[in-house]
Design a protein around this ligand. Structure first.
Ligand code: ADP
Ligand code: ZN
Length: 793
């Protein structure tokens, strides 16, 4: 027998190996193996078995990784689709479906070394500084894996052996299933009686589950998805066609659950999962990394930790240790855990059979992976659902325009929860025109008089306030009012941000730091009155301290959240009332429940509107709606102040009126006029390199290649040109650029972009893959292809 192996190097090619007699029993499609490649040993995955090979003298497989085949045939198929659709090497796609800890199987179920603090015998010795530091960590944790301690204490095993010599700790080797939630004490929960809107939504989801495979159209998997995701059919389905399409297409198995925060979406997820378990199937729940809080996980564990449906709930996210991830993953693979909660990559969890996929906060941009394979987990979820006949539920208070549009044209079924479970009113939103405040104060104020007064009232009434500003640091930039000099990063084309406490200027892209100059550094200027323009969260915090000296203020942004526990700790303090005012970036915009928060202030609401991105309006609307949702979760009605310089912008006005449909309709019109998604699909090609001329030249070369190889209806390619092998369909291709990227220079690289818009992305991806493979770019210029980008920077 011969095994075909996809190696972990992006060669876009598979290789044949012979199977040694001893391994024949264990090797199947999906088995992870180690094979010789030249002088090296390389990991790979078996993608097919064959009787014979076209090559002679095959080398044998060296060994098998893991006790079980690790990539299930279904996940393998999904990986293949990702490689094709997202235009990346199949090896790269395949690599991303297994967590690193599983791919290399370094951890295994092997015994792990644990360090445990021993009860002190006699007086505690005086320790050298380093040992004392390490001891402090062990003393607090009592017991922890050695590997984790070494990393945390940045020390070596030798230091710990010294503590062992002093009989302060013992080091033991143990097999233990590493359970990241072992310490949590979780009380079982029961399903809640649903309100009518919830019940109606759940009924539809259950009906789709009961239909199962039979109710589906017999369209071949891959093709079916393409049509689910691509707006290709959009126009033909408008108006008259709409009735016809509901006959042609069976009821959808993908749902968009649109409900404000607190409308009871999670309860629906829980009961839908219970239904899937009853059918003997499992579920995957995707949540954005930042919402993967212990409280979220607890709600799922609590529901399924007892009773007749009892099953393990596995959790997959980036804060787990490699060992924990290994164990969680194998609980799934062995079928012991039938529910998986995780961030983006949990969509590849080997749940079988899969009955349900939930994507919470489906509009979140963090579902898009920003390195190859640049997949969007929501879209992969839809694809996987199609392939495995699983029901997919996308949930959000502010759905993406794409998903909303897919409902409109009958691809997804829309489920709405129009009210909060507790019958609370939506908060009252007041838009404050900052142009007036600026006029009165000479210069740009942070707080309008109205917001100041509102904060004052909350402090008196002992209620809590959240202030939101999507910009870190103290001031955005350092600017000389005389000559116009702006302190820019030497590596990136971006202004440096002032951080007052550290007295430094730093770049939020590459992390470059420098000292704050006391005079303008331009030789001819040397103006000592150089000053700061703009405002960041740190400055808000400072100004608050002056305005309300007695208020307890805490800031939450990437600058203060250095440790993984910070987030939890500050939120804990806020919940228990130890903080009056929480200031933060989008980190605090997510679904947190704080009953005592009655005021939310958005400092500069139109900050995001000025980004050079066609989604700027959508993002602003979503952000305002999400942030506003933080107010009034308890008994007192909430109030939201939106401070804006463009108070009449539709994104702001529709958000003020909580008019979701109104905003989406007008935004769809704008997108349609300009042929932006969801009326087209975008492929963004970014070329980067250190030599600007070369990058620019290469970008132009790439564009010419695309033009000559892809036939668009306008450019009449001559018969017999390469275009003909792209088939008779039309891509309806629009090419823009090349142009410098919105951030033209990042981390010393120059960046040029070409934007392609098409109505048939899978076809374009195929064509692009061929073109990219045949390109001859200079060695120091790289090309990245991003299909369906969410970040145009
Ligand atoms: P969402 O996920 O939309 O934010 P949740 O499902 O978290 O909403 O519900 C918000 C709160 O309301 C939670 O505390 C939840 O336990 C409660 N809740 C949800 N559904 C019901 C119900 N049918 N009856 C009573 N309480 C409910
Ligand atoms: Zn920089």
């Amino acid at each position: 027998m011969i095994a075909r192996v996809s190696l972990e190097i992006a060669l876009r090619k598979e290789f044949d190996y012979s199977i040694p007699p001893g391994l024949a029993e264990q090797i199947e499609v999906g088995t992870r193996v180690q094979v010789p490649f030249g002088a090296r040993k390389i990991f790979g995955t078996v993608t097919a078995l064959a009787e014979e090979s076209a090559h002679a003298n095959l080398k044998p497989i060296l060994k098998i990784i893991g006790a079980q085949s690790l990539v299930t045939p279904k996940v393998l198929k999904l990986a293949r689709w990702i490689g094709e659709y997202y235009c990346c090497a199949p090896e790269t796609a395949l690599k991303s479906v297994l967590p690193e800890a599983i791919r290399k199987e370094k951890e295994g179920w092997k015994k792990q070394l644990f360090v445990r603090a021993l009860p002190p015998a006699g007086e505690f010795p005086k320790l050298p500084k380093r040992q004392q530091e390490v001891w402090n960590i062990i003393e607090e944790r009592r017991e922890m894996p050695l590997a984790e301690l070494l990393e945390l204490a940045e020390t070596t095993a030798a230091t710990i052996r010294k503590l062992e010599d002093r009989s302060l700790v013992e080091i033991t080797s143990e097999i233990s299933e590493r359970d990241p939630y072992a310490r949590e004490h979780i009380l079982p929960s029961q399903p809640l009686p649903l309100n009518p809107a919830q019940a109606a939504a759940l009924e539809k989801i259950k009906a789709a589950m009961n239909r199962g495979e039979d109710g589906r159209s017999k369209i071949e998997d891959g093709k079916h998805l393409t049509s689910a995701l691509s707006p290709l059919l959009a126009n033909s389905q408008r108006g008259e066609g709409e009735k016809l399409s509901s006959i042609l297409h069976p009821p959808s198995s993908t749902f968009l659950l649109h409900g404000v925060t607190g409308s009871g979406k999670t309860e629906i997820y829980l009961q839908a999962i219970a239904h899937t378990l009853e059918q003997g199937k499992g579920a995957i729940v995707l949540v954005p990394e930042i919402s993967l809080t212990p409280q979220t996980v607890e709600r799922f564990k609590a529901r399924f930790s007892s009773g007749k449906l009892q099953t393990l709930v596995a959790v997959l996210h980036s804060h787990l240790s490699a060992g924990e991830r290994h164990d969680e993953w194998h609980k799934i693979r062995q079928g012991r855990a039938r529910i998986v909660i995780g961030a983006r990559s949990a969509i590849f969890a080997p749940v079988e059979p899969l009955g349900l996929v939930i994507v919470d906060e489906e509009h979140e941009h963090t579902y898009k992976q920003e390195e190859a394979p640049r997949y969007h987990a929501r879209d992969v979820a839809i694809m996987r659902g199609q392939m495995e006949h699983a029901v997919v539920v996308l949930g959000s208070a502010t759905p993406s325009l794409e998903s909303y549009y897919n409902c409109k044209r009958g691809k997804f079924a829309l489920l709405e929860l129009p009210e909060r479970v507790d019958d609370q009113k939506m908060p009252h939103v007041r838009v404050v025109d900052m142009r007036q405040a600026a006029h009165k104060e000479k210069g740009i104020p942070i707080f309008s008089p109205q917001l100041k007064e509102a904060i004052h009232q909350r402090l008196e009434r002992k209620e809590q306030t959240i202030l939101f500003l999507n910009r870190r640091g103290y001031s955005t930039s350092l600017q000389c009012p005389k000559c116009g000099f702006i302190a820019n990063c030497p590596n990136c084309s971006l202004a440096l941000t002032y951080h007052r406490i550290e007295q430094k200027l730093s770049c939020h892209i590459c992390g470059h730091n420098e000292k704050v100059p006391s005079v303008c550094p331009i030789e001819k200027c040397k103006n000592p009155a150089i000053r700061f323009a703009g405002t960041g969260t740190q400055k808000v915090e400072d100004v608050l301290a002056k305005l309300f000296p007695n208020a307890r203020v805490k800031r939450m942004d990437a600058d203060v959240m250095k440790h993984k526990d910070d987030y939890r700790r500050i939120l804990g303090d806020f919940r228990t009332g130890k903080i009056d005012i929480l200031v933060g970036t989008q980190m605090i915009a997510k679904g947190l429940h704080f009953p005592n928060v009655t005021l939310v202030g958005i400092i500069y609401a139109d900050l995001a509107l000025h980004q050079p991105d066609f989604r700027a309006g959508e993002r602003t609307f979503q952000l305002l709606t999400q942030v506003a949702g933080r107010a009034g979760r308890g008994d007192v009605e909430g109030e939201v102040f939106v401070q804006a310089f463009a108070p009449f912008h539709p994104a702001i006005q529709y958000a003020r009126r909580h008019d979701f449909a109104g905003f989406y309709e007008q935004e769809l019109e704008f997108r349609e006029q300009l042929k932006y998604p969801p009326f087209s699909r975008v492929a963004l090609l970014t070329l980067k390199g250190r030599n600007e001329e070369k990058v620019k030249f290469s970008a132009e070369h790439v564009k010419r290649e695309i033009e000559s190889k892809i036939q668009s209806p306008k450019s009449k390619a001559s018969p017999g040109s390469a275009a003909s092998d792209l088939g008779p369909w039309t891509l309806n291709l629009v090419i823009s650029g090349p142009a410098p990227a919105p951030l033209p220079r990042a981390e010393t690289f120059y960046r040029y972009q070409i934007m392609l818009r098409t109505r048939a992305m899978s076809k374009l991806s195929q064509a692009l893959a061929k073109i990219v493979a045949s390109l001859a770019l200079p060695e120091d210029v790289t090309l990245a292809v991003d299909i369906d980008p969410v970040n145009l920077g």
